[in-house]
Write a protein that binds this ligand. Structure first.
Ligand SMILES: [Fe+2]
Length: 407
């Protein structure tokens, strides 16, 4: 496989050619089910890469602790287990579906697609998980819903999907697998504690009769909103990618902002041993009440100002051109030469700016500050920001306004 591009333009347009990106964002993401079939060639190298013809070789590429198998048990349930790679290969050959978690970390081409989807959809930078699903013929993943939006790209074979809206809850922030103890799959068991909220629902025992049925073929793309029930059955050996493209909720935005605020305050970091003797417990309870009394002030919008900020993002100004002049003599700084109209400027930079030029040359939509940091890993955050400010000053890129990214 050749080296994947640093930036893949038009990922959503390739997956869903009938829906322009701005309409996808305005009307479909994150709440509408979308499916579109089409030739795998439109996916470029992702659709044609030969490595997806070899499931066992793909398992060998997985991180050792990132392989999950869906085991069909004698009691009729299908449950997840974490296994090592040799066991996963054996179970795959015995007809069980294997999920390689963190596929973006081991397959550069998948990482490029994940970055492109993140940039186009604008979802949280920290959510960039991709699972590579390898299913032999037969029932694959049992009925469940996910606590995040997912985008599925089907690469090999044919798989039947049943998908249904969830009448019990909308926009859950948790996954639920009825076949698993307490509904928790092995991937979600870490951090799961009080399940009383999840247990308070009357979950259906089987897929709702209203379920959509769609057979995914090589090249098919599917967007599933969070919380929708789905179950899959492979007609033949299949390979597909599941990109978790979680949209941020008000809950996660506020909790993150509040957490950042509270961790700066010593009293909130202090251990609160409610498990101690009665006198100690009473003292901690008094302290907690005092802290909680302070919360309304900390939750005022002015105190959480950054909460309302969109990720810092930019778009390329039309007509800007770029070139790199290597250090001369070697060891000195590079020059990033930009031309806007008949103005030509040279910016001295101490790292190779060629990856930056590539991004700026092909970017057709939003460019996040984190995109630019990612391609200049040897530069400090302050250095990248200074460079961005200079590019804005020269009219090469412009900040995306408060109305949101230009999509
Ligand atoms: Fe799922």
């Amino acid at each position: 496989m050749t080296r994947p591009p640093l930036l893949l333009p038009g990922a959503i347009a390739r997956l869903f050619p009938s829906i322009p990106l701005d309409r996808f964002l305005a009307e479909r993401y994150p709440g509408q089910l979308v499916v579109e079939d089409g030739p795998p060639e439109r996916l470029g190298e992702l659709g044609e890469a030969r490595l997806f013809d070899h499931p066992l070789a793909l398992i060998d590429k997985a991180f050792e602790d990132q392989v999950v198998v869906y085991i069909r048990c004698p009691n009729g349930r299908t449950q997840q287990i974490s296994v090592d790679r040799p066991t996963a290969k054996r179970l795959y050959q015995n007809g069980h579906t294997v999920s390689i978690e963190g596929a973006d970390l081991v397959l550069p081409l998948v990482r490029t697609w994940a970055a492109a989807l993140r940039r186009e959809l604008g979802y949280a930078a920290e959510v960039r998980e991709v699972a590579l699903l390898l299913s032999p013929p037969g029932d694959a993943v049992p009925m469940h819903f996910d606590g995040t939006e997912v985008l599925v790209v089907h690469l090999r074979g044919h798989k039947r999907w049943q998908i249904a809206a969830n009448d019990a809850i909308r926009n859950p922030d948790f996954a639920y697998f009825p076949d698993e103890p307490n509904g928790i799959g092995v991937r979600d068991v870490v951090g799961a504690s009080d399940r009383s909220f999840e247990a308070s629902f009357d979950w259906p025992g089987e897929m709702p009769a209203t379920a959509h049925v769609h057979t995914m073929c090589p090249g098919s793309a599917l967007f599933v909103p969070r919380g929708w029930w789905h179950a899959t059955h492979a007609h033949d050996a299949t390979v597909s990618l599941t990109f978790k493209v979680g949209a941020r909720s008000a809950l996660s935005l506020v909790l993150d902002a509040l957490s950042r605020r509270l961790r700066c305050i010593e009293a909130w970091r202090t251990p609160a041993p409610l498990w101690g003797p009665p006198a100690q417990r009473a003292r901690v309870q008094t302290q907690l009440r005092a802290l909680l009394a302070e919360l309304p002030r900390l939750l005022e919008p002015a105190a959480l100002a950054t909460l309302l900020d969109a990720p810092r993002s930019f778009r390329r100004c039309s007509g800007a051109r770029f070139a790199v002049e290597p250090p001369h003599p070697p060891g000195r700084t590079w020059a990033l030469v930009v031309a806007v109209g008949d103005q030509r400027q040279s910016i001295k930079v101490d790292v190779d700016p060629d990856p930056l030029c590539q991004i700026l040359s092909v970017a057709s939509g939003t460019i996040f500050e984190s995109d630019l940091q990612a391609v200049l890993p040897e530069s400090s955050l302050a250095g990248v920001r200074a460079l961005i400010d200079r590019l804005v000053e020269l009219g090469v890129i412009e900040p995306v306004g408060e109305d949101g990214p230009d999509r």
